[in-house]
Write a protein that binds this ligand. Structure first.
Ligand code: FUL
Length: 686
C-alpha cells in the first residue's frame, strides 16, 4: 500500500518535472481561440492608415450624392496621387484606402459595367483612372493599397434586385484583378433608402442580413486577393469601431461574436463595437475618422481641420486602445490633399515622434514573478523583436513584471503589447511605480490586446511594475515600454453669449491669449485678450495661447449674427435651447418658427442635432422657409442631411439669397421617428 502510494506520488512528481522542463525548455503556451490570421497580424502591425474620400461629392459639395449627378461634373484640375501618398508616408501611414465608388454610384475607374464613371467625365477626356494612378503611387512609395466599394448604389437601376449583386461582384472583380495587391476591402454599413436608381427616383429598402449574400462575395475576394482584410461592421477581417470620431474603448477586445452581427445593424455601436471577451472570431477594431468634420471636401470647412490636440487625442484613443487608425483626407476639387490638412497630419506625426522619442525602459533590470523559462523571460518584453515575448506558465492567470532603473526616471506614457498570435488574454492589470522604497499605484486598465498606451501625469520613480490581475489564460507580453512626452500647449476655447460677447479661455492659467479679428494668423505681437469682445453682428476670431515661449495652435471660429434679439413664435420657453449657442442643451420638436426682429439678407441656415451621448431625433429630411411677415412663407431649401446618423456635426445649407424677418425650420423625417432634436439652429448671412 505504502509502496503504491509512494509509487503514484513519484509518478505525479515525474510528470510535473516533465511539464516543468517542457515549459522551461521553451514550449510556448497553447493558443487561446480565436487567434488572428497571418494577414490580420500584418494588418494590425500597420497601425496607421490613410483614407481618401474623393469622387462626385467633391464636385457637388455633398456628403451623400443622390445618384443622378452628371459625370461631366467630375473634373479635378490638378489631380496628383503622389502628393497624397507622399503626405501619408511622411505622416507615418502604411496604407491608403480610397472611395472607388461611394453611395452615389460614380466610379473612379472606367468600369466596363456602367456609364456612370470617370470615362464619361471631362477629366483627361474620359481617359483617366484614379484607381490606377493611386495604386501606382502606392507601389512607388511603398504603401499598401485598399478600396472602398459602397454596397449601396443610388445610381444603379437594379439596386435592390438580385441583378445588382452580380453587378457589384463584377465591379469588385475589376478592382481586385486590375490594380495589384489590395490589402483591405471596405464595405460601408449605410445602405437602402431613396435614390435615383436609373431614373426610378424612389425609396428602396433591402434586407441587410440577406440581400448581399456576403458569404459568396467574401469567397470571391479571398479567391482573387487571399491576403485581403475585409472591413465591415461584421468583419470578417476587421470591424468598424462603432463611431466616426476615431475612438476605440478602454475595454476593446479583438474577438467578436461575429455571427450575431451584420453590416448596418442598428444596435451595433452599443452592443458589439467593443468586441467581446468570449467572441468567436478574431475581428480587430478599426477606428475611422476624418481630419475635418465631413468626409468629403467642403471649402467652408477649411478652418475646421482638426487641431493637433484633437488629432493626438484620437491617436491615443485608437492606436492606444487596441485598434488601427484610419484617418480620412477629404481630397479637394483640385485633386490634392489641402495644405491645411497636410500641415496638421505632419504636425501629428512630429508630435508622436516627440512623445515616443526615447524608450526609457531600455537599460532597466527586468524580472517577473514567474515565467516559462529563459525563452520567455521578461527581457523579451524589452527587445525590439515583435515575435519574442514573456509568458507565464500554464494555469497562471496573474503575474508581475518588474523593471528597476539604475537611476530614477520621469515618464508619462506606458506602452504594453500582448503577443496576439496566441490570442487576446489579459482582462485586468495595474501599474505601480517604485518611489523611495514603496510601490505606488499610477494606472489601471482592463484589456491590452495588440497595443495599449496609457497617458498618465508625469511620475518619477526608481522602478515600474506591471501587475496582471486577471487573464483568460496564461498571459503573454511582447512589449513593455515607457516614455516621457513633452507638454503640449492647448489652443484657446472661443465662446460667445447670445448677445454677442466673445470670451476666450485656456486650460493653463499661466498662458496668455493673443487674437485677431481680421482673419490674419495671430502671433504674440497681436492683441492680448483681457476682456470680452463685443461681436453681435458676427465675425472671425482667431486666437493662440502662449507660455514660456511655447505657442499653441490657432483656434478659429466664424460667427454669424448673435441670436439674442430673436424670439420664438410657435413653442414654449424650452425651445430657446435651440438658439442659446450652447451645444450641450437641445430642444425636441418638429417645427421651429423664429422672429429675427429685423429684416436680414439670408444666404443659408445651419442645424446641429443633439450632441448628447445617445442620439435621438436626428433630422434626416428638412424644409426651410423664410417670411417677411410671419404669415406668407417661401420655401427656400428642402433636402436631406446626409450621414447625420454616423456623423452628427453642424449641417450648413446654403440657398439663394433672400430677405427675411422670420424663418421656419421643419423636420420632415427623423432617423428614429422621434421628435427632431435641435441643439442649435442658426442663420448664414456672411
Ligand atoms: C459612412 C458613410 O455613409 C460616409 O459617407 C463615409 O463614407 C463613412 C466613412 O462611412 O457610413
Amino acid at each position: 500500500m505504502k509502496h503504491s502510494i509512494f509509487g503514484s506520488t513519484s509518478w505525479i512528481f515525474a510528470l510535473l518535472m516533465v511539464v516543468y522542463s517542457c515549459q522551461s525548455s521553451g514550449e510556448p503556451p497553447a493558443p487561446v481561440s480565436p487567434v488572428p490570421t497571418e494577414a490580420q497580424v500584418d494588418y494590425q502591425r500597420m497601425e496607421f492608415n490613410g483614407f481618401v474620400h474623393f469622387n462626385m461629392n467633391t464636385f457637388t459639395n455633398m456628403e451623400w450624392g443622390y445618384g443622378n449627378e452628371d459625370p461631366s461634373l467630375f473634373n479635378p484640375t490638378n489631380l496628383n496621387c503622389d502628393q497624397w501618398v507622399s503626405t501619408m508616408k511622411e505622416a507615418g501611414m502604411k496604407g491608403v484606402i480610397i472611395t472607388a465608388k461611394h453611395h452615389d454610384g460614380f466610379c473612379l475607374w472606367p468600369s466596363e459595367y456602367t456609364e456612370h464613371s470617370v470615362k464619361n467625365s471631362p477629366w483627361k477626356n474620359g481617359n483617366g483612372d484614379v484607381i490606377k494612378e493611386l495604386s501606382e503611387s502606392c507601389a512607388k512609395h511603398g504603401l499598401k493599397f485598399g478600396v472602398y466599394l459602397s454596397p449601396w448604389d443610388r445610381n444603379h437601376k437594379d439596386y435592390g434586385k438580385p441583378e445588382y449583386i452580380t453587378y457589384f461582384r463584377k465591379q469588385l472583380t475589376e478592382l481586385l484583378t486590375q490594380y495589384g495587391d489590395i490589402f483591405e476591402v471596405w464595405f460601408d454599413g449605410a445602405n437602402g433608402g431613396d435614390g435615383y436608381y436609373g431614373g426610378a427616383n424612389e425609396t428602396r429598402k433591402v434586407d441587410k442580413l440577406t440581400y448581399y449574400d456576403w458569404e459568396n462575395t467574401y469567397d470571391l475576394i479571398y479567391e482573387l486577393q487571399p491576403h485581403a482584410i475585409i472591413f465591415s461592421d461584421a468583419g470578417p477581417g476587421c470591424r468598424w469601431i462603432g463611431n466616426e470620431n476615431g475612438y476605440a474603448y478602454k475595454t476593446t477586445w479583438s474577438p467578436l461574436l461575429m455571427d450575431s452581427v451584420y453590416g448596418g445593424m442598428p444596435e451595433y455601436s452599443e452592443k458589439y463595437s467593443m468586441g467581446q471577451e468570449h467572441g468567436t472570431h478574431w475581428v480587430p477594431g478599426e477606428a475611422d475618422v476624418s481630419i475635418r468634420p465631413g468626409w468629403y471636401y467642403h471649402p467652408y470647412e477649411d478652418h475646421k481641420v482638426k487641431s493637433l490636440e484633437a488629432l493626438t487625442d484620437i491617436y491615443y484613443k485608437s492606436i492606444g486602445r487596441n485598434a488601427t487608425l484610419l484617418l480620412n483626407f477629404p481630397v479637394d476639387k483640385r485633386g490634392l490633399i489641402h495644405e491645411r490638412d497636410r500641415e496638421q497630419v505632419i504636425k501629428l506625426s512630429e508630435q508622436i515622434a516627440k512623445d515616443f522619442k526615447e524608450n526609457l525602459i531600455k537599460d532597466a533590470k527586468a524580472s517577473s514573478s514567474e515565467s516559462r523559462g529563459k525563452r520567455f523571460n521578461t527581457e523579451k518584453t524589452m527587445d525590439d523583436d515583435p515575435e519574442t515575448y514573456w509568458a507565464a506558465k500554464d494555469q497562471m492567470v496573474t503575474a508581475t513584471l518588474t523593471y528597476t532603473f539604475q537611476e530614477s526616471k520621469t515618464f508619462n506614457r506606458i506602452v504594453i503589447q500582448e503577443h496576439i498570435r496566441l490570442g487576446q488574454r489579459v482582462r485586468a492589470f495595474n501599474i505601480e511605480v517604485l518611489q523611495n522604497g514603496d510601490w505606488n499605484p499610477v494606472a489601471k486598465g482592463t484589456t491590452i490586446g495588440y497595443k495599449r498606451i496609457l497617458r498618465i501625469p508625469d511620475v518619477t520613480g526608481e522602478g515600474i511594475r506591471l501587475n496582471i490581475e486577471d487573464s483568460r489564460a496564461a498571459p503573454t507580453i511582447s512589449n513593455f515600454a515607457i516614455f516621457h512626452a513633452p507638454p503640449m500647449m492647448s489652443p484657446p476655447k472661443i465662446q460667445r453669449t447670445v448677445n454677442g460677447q466673445v470670451h476666450i479661455s485656456v486650460p493653463d492659467e499661466r498662458a496668455v491669449v493673443y487674437y485677431t479679428t481680421n482673419g490674419s494668423e495671430p502671433t504674440t505681437d497681436d492683441q492680448i485678450f483681457d476682456k470680452d469682445i463685443d461681436l453681435p453682428r458676427g465675425g472671425l476670431i482667431k486666437a493662440i495661447s502662449s507660455f514660456n515661449g511655447e505657442v499653441s495652435e490657432t483656434a478659429s471660429v466664424e460667427m454669424d449674427i448673435a441670436p439674442g434679439k430673436w424670439s420664438i413664435v410657435n413653442a414654449g420657453n424650452e425651445s430657446f435651447k435651440a438658439i442659446d449657442l450652447d451645444e450641450n442643451t437641445w430642444w425636441a420638436g418638429d417645427e421651429l418658427i423664429l422672429k429675427l426682429n429685423e429684416a436680414l439678407k439670408l444666404k443659408g441656415f445651419t442645424y446641429l442635432p443633439t450632441q448628447q451621448r445617445y442620439p435621438t431625433g436626428f433630422v434626416e429630411k428638412y424644409s426651410f422657409y423664410t417670411s417677411m411677415d410671419g404669415e406668407k412663407w417661401k420655401l427656400v431649401a428642402r433636402g436631406e442631411f446626409s450621414n447625420i446618423n454616423n456623423n452628427p456635426i453642424e449641417q450648413r445649407i446654403p440657398f439663394e439669397e433672400t430677405r427675411a424677418a422670420y424663418i421656419k425650420f421643419v423636420a420632415n423625417q427623423t432617423a428614429d421617428d422621434r421628435p427632431a432634436s435641435i441643439a442649435e439652429l442658426g442663420i448664414i448671412t456672411r
